[in-house]
Structures are given as structure tokens and as C-alpha cells.
Design a protein around this ligand. Structure first.
Ligand code: NCD
Length: 356
């Protein structure tokens, strides 16, 4: 399929016969756990199309012409927000960007009031980041359009997990993660990136290892054990370890996560220096992984803490590819969500079993 034309009603149109049978039914994207595997594959294929658009001299198509995308970020962000806004503009949507520092939120307006106001002002697709886990779920209850979660608290960051998956598939033979060892090292406790990645990577069949100091892995061992016991049928299990060498050895993918100082209560880490010495991804540790292994980081990086500066710019690092793929994945999601709306059947029924 190719995303080029748009129909009389402004409906995104595919100008050759679609080959896949999966139909996108989701009105919102709040986390990856509500998706089925065929839906995740549909997102990956649609992202391929969007990459094609991004490779053209003029990176703009009219697919979302006249559609209104609003970004509402209650937390600091550079790449996620710019990535969503670039994605929306590449599809010719009108973009309104709201920073809570300059909005009426500072005058005490509630989240629900803010969302109702934005809807009355014409917002159709709301991209939202919030420091409270679950806030986008509340937004989805009151907002008449589509809600896309750009990260909520420690809970979920679905577009990051999808761009991570896309980037891994680009580098693995046949794009197949089954049996591939993926090590995620860092501040797992506070990481919505890790939580969303657990769903998508185990659904992809990866051999997933989460690694960090015990204080930053709290609760994960119980989750891993429950899955190992078959609590979630069909899910690959994942492992939890505080031994970075065990996590990284023979890995196909090594992902560092930021130490989230802004969410850290006292006592979880003795010091950043100690963390860097015991867990930081340096060249020696990365050399334990497979020779062709890739190194990832969702950003923003604390170089010299969770990742050594030379590792971050090494030939194995695909960190800027992640950023570039993020635009294509978000274009795909905006496109799919907008299409669901136009069919007049926006609902949250699944075509099959959700990966959760
Ligand atoms: C992450 C986030 O905000 O959750 N960053 C991102 O979206 N690229 C990770 C982080 O803040 O460390």
C-alpha cells in the first residue's frame, strides 16, 4: 500500500489494494498491551510506508489534511513532542501545541476541564504526556476524539516501545525477534519505556532481560515469575538480574535506560558514580554482547552515567536511528487512528487476542 492520495471527505486512502487483512479498530493508543500481534505488524508495515515518504525530497503528503492534532505535554520533552509534531505536519495536519507552563493549568484548571476546552476548540487527535500514570486513560473517557499516550508517569510509553521494536527489526535478520536476547539495563523501576517494552518484546518472542540495582527493579521479579508460571498465556517470559554481565553476555540488543533523578526518592542509589561503575554500559561490557549487537537508548542520555560517551557514538549505537524511526512510527499511528475515525466505527474492539 502507499499513503499518497486522500479522498473527497479527506479520508486517508490507500491507492493500491491492501494486502493485509487486519483492520485498525482502535480509537485510542494508550499502551501496546491493548494491541494484537497482527495489529503491531500492521503498524510496522505502515511505518515502512512512512519511511518511504521520509526518504523523498519533499517529505509531506496530504493524508491528514485539515485534521487537527493537539499536543498537550505536562512534562518536559524534546524528542517525543517534536517527533509527534513533525509526524503530524508531514501528514499535513494542523498542529496546536500546548505547554502547560503557559496554559490555564497554572491557574488551577483541572485536566478534565482542559481536555473539554481543547475539544471545544476543535482538537481531534490529542497527544498527551503526563506525570501521573493513567492520566491519558482519564482523558480518553472524556475526549470525543482520539487520545495518543506520549508517556504517562512510570506506566506506559507505547510509541517509544513501537519505535524500539521497529528499530530492532531493521537490524535483526528477517526482522525476527524470536529467541533474540534483548538486555535493558538501567532505571527499570521508574521506566514507562521498560514497561511498554515488556509487553511488545515478549509478544515478539524475544528473550528479554531486565537489569539494574535491586532497588531499581522492585516488583519486576514478581511480574517475571508470574509470567514464567503461565499467568499470561502465550507470553514469552522475561528475566530480572542485578548482574550486568549476565544480562549483556551474548545479547543481540543492549538498551540503556536513563537514571531518572527527577523521580528518584532518597536511598535508591548510593551515588551516580557508583551506578556508573557497577552498571554503566561501557565498551568492555558491551564487548560481552554478540559482535553484531546494537546499542539503544530512548534518550535523553546521561552520558557517563548509564552509557559511556564512546559507546553512545560507536558504530553499534542506533540511537539517532531510533529518533528518526520515531517520526515514521508516529506518522503511522496518526494515520491509522485518523482512518479509524473516518470509518465511523471508532471503538476499542480487537481483531483477535490483545497481547496482554
Ligand atoms: C523517555 C521518557 O520520557 O519516558 N524518553 C523519551 O520519551 N524518549 C525516557 C526518559 O525520560 O528517560
Amino acid at each position: 500500500m502507499s499513503v499518497q492520495a486522500y479522498g473527497a471527505a479527506g479520508v486517508p486512502e490507500i491507492d493500491s489494494a491492501p494486502t493485509q487483512e487486519v483492520v485498525w479498530h482502535h480509537r485510542h493508543l494508550l499502551d501496546v498491551d491493548a494491541l494484537t500481534w497482527p495489529e503491531i505488524e500492521l503498524i510496522m508495515r505502515t511505518t515502512d510506508e512512512m519511511k518511504g515518504i521520509l526518504a523523498r525530497p519533499i517529505r509531506k503528503v496530504p493524508a491528514l489534511n485539515g485534521r487537527r492534532v493537539t499536543t498537550l505535554f505536562y512534562e518536559a520533552s524534546t524528542r517525543t513532542r517534536v517527533s509527534f509534531e513533525t509526524a503530524a505536519r508531514n501528514l499535513s495536519a494542523d498542529v496546536v501545541s500546548i505547554s502547560t507552563a503557559t496554559s490555564s493549568v497554572t491557574k488551577g484548571e483541572s485536566l478534565v476541564d482542559t481536555i473539554r476546552t481543547l475539544e471545544a476548540l476543535g482538537a481531534e487527535i490529542l497527544v498527551m504526556r503526563h506525570s501521573v500514570s493513567g492520566a491519558p486513560y482519564l482523558a480518553a473517557e472524556v475526549f470525543g476524539g482520539h487520545v495518543l499516550n506520549g508517556g504517562d508517569g512510570w506506566h506506559a510509553h507505547p510509541t517509544q516501545a513501537l519505535l524500539d521494536l521497529y528499530t530492532m527489526r531493521q537490524h535483526l535478520p528477517g526482522g525476527d525477534l524470536r529467541g533474540r536476547k534483548v538486555a535493558i539495563v538501567g532505571d527499570i523501576l521508574h521506566s514507562r519505556v521498560a514497561r511498554s517494552n515488556i509487553w511488545s518484546l515478549t509478544a515478539a518472542g524475544a528473550d528479554l532481560w531486565l537489569c539494574g540495582p535491586a532497588t531499581l527493579l522492585r516488583g519486576m521479579d514478581r511480574w517475571a515469575t508470574a509470567w514464567g508460571d503461565g499467568a499470561i498465556p502465550g507470553h514469552g517470559r522475561f528475566h530480572v538480574t542485578s548482574d550486568v554481565e549476565v544480562a549483556v553476555r551474548d545479547a543481540d540488543v543492549v538498551m540503556a535506560l536513563r537514571i531518572q533523578r527527577e523521580r528518584m526518592q532518597g536511598g535508591l542509589l548510593p551515588s551516580l558514580r557508583e551506578y556508573a561503575a557497577r552498571f554503566g554500559l561501557n565498551a568492555e561490557r558491551v564487548s560481552l554482547a554478540k559482535p553484531e549487537a546494537i546499542v539503544m537508548h530512548p534518550g535523553p542520555m546521561n552520558e557517563g552515567v548509564e552509557i559511556a560517551p564512546d559507546v553512545a557514538v560507536s558504530g553499534r549505537a542506533v540511537i539517532t536511528e531510533q529518533v528518526a524511526n520515531g517520526v515514521a512510527v508516529r506518522m503511522a499511528l496518526l494515520y491509522l487512528l485518523a482512518g479509524a475515525h473516518e470509518t465511523g466505527r471508532p471503538h476499542d474492539a480487537h481483531s483477535g487476542e490483545a497481547i496482554r
